[in-house]
Write a protein that binds this ligand. Structure first.
Ligand code: CO8
Length: 258
C-alpha cells in the first residue's frame, strides 16, 4: 500500500495512478521513493505483463516538487537529480512495457517520467512541457537527453529553451506522443493497447524492448548485433514454436512465456 500511488490489476495489466492531486501530483521525495519501490517490485512480478501509468485529477505529473527543491544547494541538487534518474532508469529498463497515459499536465519531471515509458498516449487536454529554465534550472530527470532522442534536437531545444507548454496535438506532430484521444477514452485506449500487447509472446516483447532500447544508444552495426542475438534467442523458446505452429494450423497462439 502506498500513500501516493493507487494500484489496480486488470488480469495481467497493472494500472498505476499517481495520486497527489492537491499539488498536481508533483514529485516530492516521498512520492519518488514510492515510485522507486513500486518499480523494484514490478520487475519481480511475472504475473504482470504491461504497466500503465497515469495521474489523478487534472495532471499527469506537474513536475518535481518546487517547494522541496527551492532551498537545495549544488550538491543536494545533483543528488536529487541522481535520485530521480535512478528511478526513471528502473522504469525505462523494466522487463515489461510501460505505457504513459498522459491525462493532463506533464511538465518538467512529469514530461521526463513519460519519456522513461515505452509508449506515450495523450488526452486532448494534456499540456506537455519542460518549464525548468523559467525556474532557473535545467531539466534534471533526463529531459535534456531523452527528449532530443525522441523528437530531435531542434524540437527539444525549442521546448526546453522556450519553457512553453505544448498541446497534445502539437506533441503528436512532433512525435512525442503516439496517439491523442478524447479525455474520457484515454484509459480505455491505454488498456486496449495493453491487451493487444498481452496477446503476443511476452518473451518476444521483452527481447524487442531490450533490442530497441539498447540499440537506440549505439551505432547501426552494433544494434544489428543485438537484434541478431535476440532473434536467435527466440528460437530457443517454446513461444516461438507455438507462435509459428499456431499460424500454420490457422489458430490463435497459446503463449506460455517460456
Ligand atoms: N511543485 C510543487 N507544487 C506544485 C507544482 C510543482 N511542480 N505544480 C503545481 N503545484 C501546486 C501549486 O503550488 C498549487 O498549490 P496550492 O494550491 O497550495 O497553491 C497546486 O499545485 C495547484 O496548482 P495551481 O494553482 O498552480 O494550478 P493551475 O491550474 O493554476 O496551474 C500549472 C497549473 C500550470 C501546472 C501550474 O501549477 C504550474 O506551472 N506548476 C509548475 C509546473 C512546473 O514548473 N514544473 C516543473 C518543475 S521543475 C522539474 O520538474 C524539474 C525536474 C528535474 C529535477 C531535477 C532536480 C535537481
Amino acid at each position: 500500500m502506498y500513500k501516493y500511488l493507487k494500484e489496480e490489476l486488470k488480469d495481467s495489466i497493472y494500472i498505476l495512478t499517481i495520486s497527489k492531486e492537491k499539488s498536481l501530483n508533483a514529485l516530492n521525495a516521498e512520492l519518488l521513493e514510492e515510485l522507486d519501490d513500486c518499480f523494484t517490485n514490478l520487475a519481480e512480478r511475472e504475473d504482470i505483463e504491461v504497466v500503465i501509468i497515469t495521474g489523478a485529477g487534472k495532471a499527469f505529473v506537474a513536475g518535481a516538487d518546487i517547494g522541496e527543491m527551492s532551498n537545495l544547494n549544488a550538491n543536494e541538487g545533483y543528488d536529487w537529480a541522481n535520485k530521480g534518474m535512478q528511478t526513471f532508469f528502473k522504469i525505462e529498463n523494466l522487463n515489461k512495457p510501460v505505457i504513459a497515459a498522459i491525462n493532463g499536465f506533464a511538465l518538467g519531471g512529469g514530461c521526463e517520467l513519460s519519456l522513461s515509458c515505452d509508449i506515450r498516449i495523450a488526452s486532448k487536454k494534456a499540456k506537455i512541457g519542460q518549464p525548468e529554465v523559467g525556474l532557473g534550472i535545467t531539466p534534471g530527470f533526463g529531459g535534456t537527453q531523452r527528449l532530443p532522442r525522441e523528437i530531435g534536437l531542434s524540437n527539444a531545444k525549442k521546448m526546453i529553451y522556450t519553457a512553453e507548454h505544448i498541446s497534445a496535438d502539437e506533441a503528436y506532430r512532433m512525435g512525442l506522443v503516439s496517439e491523442v484521444v478524447e479525455p474520457e477514452e484515454l484509459m480505455e485506449r491505454a488498456i486496449e493497447l495493453a491487451e493487444r500487447i498481452v496477446k503476443n509472446s511476452k518473451l518476444a516483447v521483452r527481447y524487442s524492448k531490450q533490442a530497441i532500447d539498447t540499440g537506440a544508444q549505439t551505432d547501426l552495426n552494433s544494434g544489428m548485433d543485438i537484434e541478431r542475438s535476440k532473434f536467435g534467442l527466440c528460437f530457443a523458446t517454446e513461444d516461438q514454436k507455438e507462435g509459428m505452429k499456431a499460424f500454420l494450423e490457422k489458430r490463435n497462439a497459446n503463449f506460455t512465456g517460456k
